[in-house]
Design a protein around this ligand. Structure first.
Ligand SMILES: C[S@@+](CC[C@H](N)C(=O)[O-])C[C@H]1O[C@@H](n2cnc3c(N)ncnc32)[C@H](O)[C@@H]1O
Length: 196
């Protein structure tokens, strides 16, 4: 694991917000990932009513989830105040506990885990947001795209991620190499996890 060290929290927040504004209309999430999640989570704990997406920038992944879960309540977070411009999005640092979200979600999804300054804290928060049979879906860049930097502070390999999940009482039940927009094959890996 490699972790870029910011001066302090203010430095982290300012960095993430400045990049968010610069890339506000970019989209990484690929619709095929949400389609895959919906196909693989059927039967794992029944109906999916509440979905929380972390680090969702302009909310495009929420739109994709809405297509496959038309009746679900879907919320997206982003640390940047720009979140408020987009339907279903709230300004929120995904490391932080929100009492209203505790134990509420069937699916917690993020492709922004590499933006974490404290991955264990983020995972603790995310796993606690799940219902007992909820599913954690995390998509991370792989190979040389998985690289710690000022913008993407966390570099973590699969076995390190698995160890963190084990400590939280979770296990991976599905792994898939995914596309990122606009159709760049094989740069990202989706893991789907549930409570042991
Ligand atoms: C790589 S982008 C991914 C955006 C979107 N999910 C997509 O697929 O296009 C990472 C996003 O995470 C946001 N972010 C970074 N740190 C965050 C944090 N601690 N809490 C919530 N959002 C954060 C950034 O502002 C940025 O919009």
């Amino acid at each position: 694991m490699k972790q870029f060290q910011y001066k302090d929290y203010k430095d982290y927040r300012e960095c993430q917000i400045s990049i968010n504004k610069e890339k506000l209309h970019w989209v990484f999430a690929h619709e095929s990932t949400m389609e895959y999640i919906s196909s693989r989570s059927e039967g794992v704990g029944g109906r999916r009513e509440n979905i929380l997406c972390h680090g969702s920038r302009n909310g495009t992944e929420l739109k994709y989830f809405r297509k496959y879960y038309p009746n679900a309540n879907i919320i997206g977070t982003d640390i940047s105040p720009t979140a408020k411009k987009f339907n279903g999005m709230v300004e929120w640092d995904f490391h932080n506990v929100n009492d209203e979200w505790r134990g509420k979600f069937d699916i917690v999804y993020s492709n922004s885990f590499d933006h974490s300054f404290d991955p264990m804290k983020a995972l603790e928060t995310w796993t606690e947001q799940l219902k007992p049979n909820g599913i954690l879906c995390v998509e991370m860049m792989i190979e040389f795209h998985n690289k710690s930097s000022w913008a993407d502070p966390l570099q973590l390999n699969l076995s390190e991620y698995e160890d963190m999940l084990t400590n939280l009482g979770f296990e991976i039940f599905d792994i898939k190499i995914t596309k990122i927009h606009p159709s760049q094959e094989g740069r990202s890996r989706l893991t789907m996890s549930r409570r042991i």
